[in-house]
Design a protein around this ligand. Structure first.
Ligand code: AMP
Length: 282
C-alpha cells in the first residue's frame, strides 16, 4: 500500500496510473475509520481496479465553534484498516498542503446546500465541496463512494459533479449501523454511553416514521408528529430538524409520494447527531 502526502506526488502517481489496472475508485474520509468507512472501501474494492482512500480532517468544513481540534485522529489504526482492506493508495495531505497561506478559492453549491445541515452549519458544505473538488481534481477517479449516513452531503456532491461536468460516477452506499440501529460515526468515540442511549431515539424516531409510511400514512405532518413523539424532546435533547423530504431536491413534502427521505438532526448534551432513512412509496 502506497502512502502519498503531497499534491505533486499524487499528480505524478495519477499521470503514471496504468489504465490496464482498471478504474480508480476514491473513498474520501476524515479518518478515525470505522465499519461505515470499511463498507465504502469494500464496495470500491469490489468494483474498481485501484482503490484510493483519502484521510484528511478538512478544517474548511468546521465552523469556528465546532470540533476541528477535538475531532478524533488515529492514523496508525487507520493505516492498518486500509492495509487490511487492501487499499492501493492512501492520500494523507496536511492542511497546509491543500490550503497554502495564499489559498483563496472556494466552491459552493446553491440552494441544496443551504437548507437542513446548511442552516445549522452555514459554512459546512462550502468546505466540503471545496475539498471534494480538489480531491477529485487530484485523484481523477472514475468513481467515488459516499455513505448514506450523510445523505445531504451526497446530494450536494452529486449536484456539484453534475453542474461542473465532472467525469465520474458517484455511488451511494447504505448506512452501517450497530445492532440496535445506531449509525456508526467517527464522532461516536467521544460520546458517552448515556448520550448514545438518548441519541438512539433519533434512529427509533426515523424508523417509526418509516413504519407509519409503510402502514399507509401519506401526510407528512402526521409522520413528523409521530417521529417527534418517539424522540420525546426535552431533558437536554433538542431537535434541529426532523422532516419528510423529497429524496432528490430535499424539499420538505406535505403529501408523501415517490422516494422520500426522512432527515433528522438532534443535539444531546452539546453533541450533534444526524441520521436519515429512505422510503420508496409505490
Ligand atoms: P467522514 O469520515 O465522516 O467524513 O465520512 C467519510 C465517508 O464515510 C462519507 O461518505 C460518509 O457518509 C461515510 N460514512 C460515515 N459513516 C458511515 C456509516 N455509518 N455508514 C456508511 N457510510 C458512512
Amino acid at each position: 500500500m502506497r502512502i502519498i502526502r503531497t499534491t505533486q506526488a499524487l499528480r505524478t502517481w495519477q499521470r503514471r496510473h496504468d489504465p490496464l489496472r482498471g478504474s480508480i475508485g476514491l473513498v474520501p474520509t476524515m479518518g478515525a475509520l470505522h465499519g461505515g468507512h470499511r463498507a465504502l472501501i469494500r464496495h470500491a474494492r469490489r468494483t474498481c481496479g485501484t482503490v484510493v482512500v483519502s484521510i484528511f480532517v478538512n478544517p474548511l468544513q468546521f465552523g469556528p465553534a465546532e470540533d476541528y481540534r477535538r475531532y478524533p485522529r488515529d492514523l496508525s489504526r487507520d493505516l492498518a484498516c486500509c492495509r487490511e482492506e487492501n487499499v492501493d493508495l492512501v492520500f494523507l495531505p496536511k492542511a497546509e498542503t491543500l490550503y497554502p497561506h495564499d489559498f483563496q478559492t472556494t466552491v459552493a453549491v446553491g440552494a441544496l446546500s443551504q437548507r437542513w445541515e446548511g442552516e445549522h452549519r452555514p459554512t459546512h458544505f462550502q468546505g466540503v465541496t471545496t475539498v471534494v473538488t480538489k480531491l477529485l481534481n487530484l485523484v481523477r477517479p472514475d468513481r467515488a463512494f459516499l455513505g448514506q449516513k450523510d445523505y445531504q452531503q451526497y446530494c450536494v456532491i452529486r449536484q456539484l459533479v453534475k453542474d461542473l461536468d465532472l467525469d465520474l460516477r458517484i455511488t451511494l452506499c447504505p448506512t452501517v449501523r450497530d445492532a440496535d440501529g445506531f449509525a456508526l460515526s467517527s464522532r461516536n468515540r467521544y460520546v458517552t454511553n448515556t448520550q448514545r442511549q438518548r441519541a438512539l431515539a433519533l434512529y427509533q424516531a426515523l424508523a417509526a416514521g418509516k413504519q407509519a409510511i409503510a402502514g399507509g400514512t401519506r401526510r407528512a405532518d402526521l409522520v413528523e408528529k409521530k417521529m417527534v413523539k418517539v424522540l420525546d424532546a426535552g431533558h437536554g435533547l433538542a431537535i434541529d430538524y426532523l422532516r419528510c423530504c423529497d429524496a432528490r431536491s430535499l424539499e420538505p413534502l406535505t403529501r408523501l409520494r415517490g422516494t422520500v427521505v426522512l432527515l433528522g438532526a438532534i443535539r444531546v448534551g452539546g453533541v450533534r447527531f444526524i441520521d436519515n432513512l429512505i422510503v420508496r412509496i409505490r
